[in-house]
Design a protein around this ligand. Sequence first.
Ligand SMILES: [Cu+2]
Length: 181
Amino acid sequence: MKTLSKHIGAALFSGAVLLSASVQAEVVVENAWVRATVEGQQATGAFMDLTSKKGGKLVEAKSDIAKTVEIHEMAMENDVMKMRQIESLDLPENSKVALKPGGYHIMFIDLLERVKENDEIAMQLFVVNTDGSQETIDVKAIAKPLNSVAKASMNGHQHEAHPQEQHQHEAHSPEQHPHKH
Ligand SMILES: [Cu+2]
């Protein structure tokens, strides 16, 4: 009887594992936050940790709070740190990819409303897994105030502090430029 119940237990257990695998996301999102904005600010960034269980890439992000949402990276160009849009962000299997100030980030351009401290900003991430399957991940990111964030990221780039010419949103005409005040 002991052996039998053991088997039943094992069968139930593996069944539970299969079930959870089919409903569980392949990509885990942690520590999602958005930089709160000040009046008149038209762009901001979202940051988080992404871990893909079987590997894949982040190909798109969307949110109702901005007309345009892009995936950005920071890179040195002529000794100047600049941010620019990337097609996709690789998510190697089982390794945490940090989106953080001064590095990769989700860029909200042409904000439709102000992002206030403690607001929950909803966004969707679109991931293509290495096996070809696609996944949409709903993320809720908490808005953190400008000042505490600026202090926390000493070397981090600050979108709103950059001179306009350091930005590479070529698709935007000057009057639409997110960093014009
Ligand atoms: Cu950016």
